[in-house]
Every structure is written in C-alpha cells, then in structure tokens.
Ligand binder design. Sequence first.
Ligand SMILES: Cc1cc2nc3c(=O)[nH]c(=O)nc-3n(C[C@H](O)[C@H](O)[C@H](O)COP(=O)(O)OP(=O)(O)OC[C@H]3O[C@@H](n4cnc5c(N)ncnc54)[C@H](O)[C@@H]3O)c2cc1C
Length: 401
Amino acid sequence: MSDRILIVGAGQAGIQLADSLRREGHDGEITLIGAEKIAPYQRPPLSKAFLLDQMEESRLPLRPDAFFDQRNITPRFGATVTSIDRAAKTVTLETGEQLPYDKLALCLGADVFVPPIPGSDLPHVLALRGLNDSLKLKSALVTARSVAVIGGGFIGLEVAASARKVGKTVTIIEAVDRVMKRAVSEQVSRFFEDLHRSHGSTLHLGALISEITPTEVRLQDSTAIAADLVVLGTGVRPCNVLALNAGLVCENGIQVDEFTQTSDPDIVAVGDCAAHPNYLTGKILRLESVQNAIDQAKIAAKTLTGQRAPYRAVPWFWSDQFDIKLQMAGLSGDTDQAITRGDPASRSFSIFYFANGQLMAVDSINAPADHMAARRILAKDDRALLPEQAADPAFDLKLAF
Ligand SMILES: Cc1cc2nc3c(=O)[nH]c(=O)nc-3n(C[C@H](O)[C@H](O)[C@H](O)COP(=O)(O)OP(=O)(O)OC[C@H]3O[C@@H](n4cnc5c(N)ncnc54)[C@H](O)[C@@H]3O)c2cc1C
C-alpha cells in the first residue's frame, strides 16, 4: 500500500481517484498532476448556471483547498505530462522534469473536436471545455447579438438555451436529422427541438456548413445565417496521445478492462479518456459523464490498492435546457421498444427503453422520481420491470426494485 501513485489529469476523475485512494487505505505518495493552473472544478455549470452568472466561480472547485493537505496529496497544477517511459516507470513534464511512479493513472479527459470547416479558426468562433473557455464565452455573450451554435448535442443545446435566455438571436445548426441523436430517441429529440423553437431559436437540421465568415455561417445549400458569435458544440475526442505514444492499446480512447486496467498492469485509465467493456450493453464504450468519471475512479482506487471489483455502475447523465431537466439512466442505443410513461403535453414524462423485453434505459423529462426509480431498477440483475408496467402511470415503480 506504499506505492508511489501518479495521477495525470486533475479533473473530475483525477480528484475522485486521489480521494478514493485514501479512502481505500492507500498510505503511499499520491501526486495529482494537471495541465490547468487551477484545482479541479466542475465542468457541467460551465454551459449552464456559471455561463448565466447564476453561480459564483468560487463554487466550482470539486474539493476545498484544505483537501490536499488533509489527505496528504501533492498537487502539481499547471504541469503537463508530455511522455511516459513505461520501462523506467517515469513520466516527463514539458519542463523536462521527470517523476517516478510505481502505479500510474491516466485521467486525461477529452479535447474539443474542431471540425475542418473553413473559418473555424476565426476569433469569434469559440468552443467550450474548460473554465477559461466559459469565461471567454460569457464575455463574448455580453456584446454578441446573434449566436450560431454548431452542433445540437448536449453542450451545444445548453449553450444555445443560455444564449437565448440572455436575449440573443440563436440559430442551432445540426448536421444530422435530429438533435442529441447519439443519445436519445426521436421522441425526446423532437421534444427538445420544439422547446428551443418555442423559445424563439431557429434550428437547421441535416444542415452542412460550407464556411464561417466574420459575420455569417454559410450552409452548403447557400443559406446564410448571420452570427457575430459562433459556438462549436461539435463533440470531443479522447485525450489518448500520451497513451498511444507509450504503446498502450487505444481505440476510441485508452482501452481498459472492467477493473480500469490498461494493457500495462501498472497503468489504469479513467473517465472521458477511457473505453471500457460495458456490463449493460456488452460493448466497449467510452462515456463522457460525471457519473462515469466518479464511479470508474472508485473502481480504479480499488484496483490500485489490490482489490478486484468490476465496474458495473448504471450510467446516468443530465442536461438542463431552459426550464427542462433531462435525466438519463442506462443506455438506449440498441433498444427495440420505447414506452412513454406520463403525458408529454404536461412536460413531465419518461421514455422507458427495452431490448427483447428487458429494461435498458430511461429518459426522464422533468420527472426526477422516475429517474431515481430507473437507476435502482437498472442496478438490479433481473431488471424486472415489464413494458406494460412502465406504461401504466398507476403502477408503483418501487415495486420493481
Ligand atoms: C461544458 C460542459 C458541460 C458538461 N455538462 C455535463 C452534465 O450536465 N452532466 C454530466 O454528467 N457531464 C457533463 N459534462 C461532462 C463531464 O464534465 C465530463 O465527463 C467529466 O469532466 C470527465 O472527467 P475527466 O476527469 O475524465 O475529464 P476532465 O474533467 O476533462 O479532466 C481531465 C483533465 O486532464 C488534464 N490533462 C489532459 N492531458 C494532460 C496532460 N498530458 N498532463 C496533465 N494534465 C492533463 C486536462 O487539462 C483536464 O483538466 C460536461 C462537460 C462540459 C465541458
């Protein structure tokens, strides 16, 4: 238990891993290295409350300042690891400094994907991943009049809602035929498209961009959208270059097993950068969520302290857009039946997704009790909720867990 553990990446996963290692009884050195100059902070508010000035910057940190001394964790913020020498068991910082490790944890997160669109490098084109991006966007929103959001995924839609709330003209441009297509059913997509339209935003779906100019976003069908601020909500790519260069197996992220171990037994990987075998779907998945970062970090802490506990947490996620909270539990990708519970017109309902009659996921819209019940049902091996029970609002979901 006295191994020197180096954690590279001081975000949601990195700080949780440091914390959980102490909780699991690790008494050796823990060093938490982060490229950003500040202590780990919450990212979700950056597109929501923080962007809207409804949350102070002082509330963003994930742990109080005293945490590092109290837990005897050495923070190295503003330090970027540039290479890993697995044979020598060292990492090298951009300054040339080398740090030795017995066990290494890669919690590197993901980087914004900038699409190869002419003009995407113009100064009024912003992306959002970290605190500095959010501060920049917040100040750009003060003077902007018309905002074009490229990408109708969660972050794009949250930024679009925030921009609309502060009175900007908002246009959302999505390449595929519906918003949030990777994550939700058509019914949920259409609900959110109507929501944004009802607040006065314009949506272009199935729209391909030919060019961004200083004043417009031009579509391939010649539509010109006026925009003095353009926000890229075009997704992220896992940070896996360090791992690739070190010869670790990577494919859509750093490959790990159910214990978060990479192809090197002395290295784990956790969070947005890691692709894991998912117990619910049986597929190799890379999830980008707070839940995944936290729960996987807890498993990594067990692995690094010599325990064997597989990662089997129910995936869950949330998104806030205008007055609507979308909460998702499970994974709805490969399902064959979608059951609506509640009345969508009431703006409080859930969609229960089944595959071969077995519950796989639930999307809840302003229905937190359904969401909490779904997480508990999905956590059970038998997931014993029948489609007809899900459809019946009088059926007490508690009976299924
Ligand atoms: C605007 C926004 C809104 C979001 N909203 C939600 C939400 O509502 N719900 C939800 O569940 N999730 C949300 N997410 C996703 C969630 O924040 C991420 O899934 C989570 O932060 C992943 O944690 P992580 O530790 O894997 O990565 P990160 O939190 O990104 O941390 C990775 C850290 O590693 C550092 N790093 C990378 N490479 C190096 C290196 N070579 N050397 C040193 N340091 C390095 C990075 O600088 C970064 O600080 C949101 C994300 C964003 C950006």
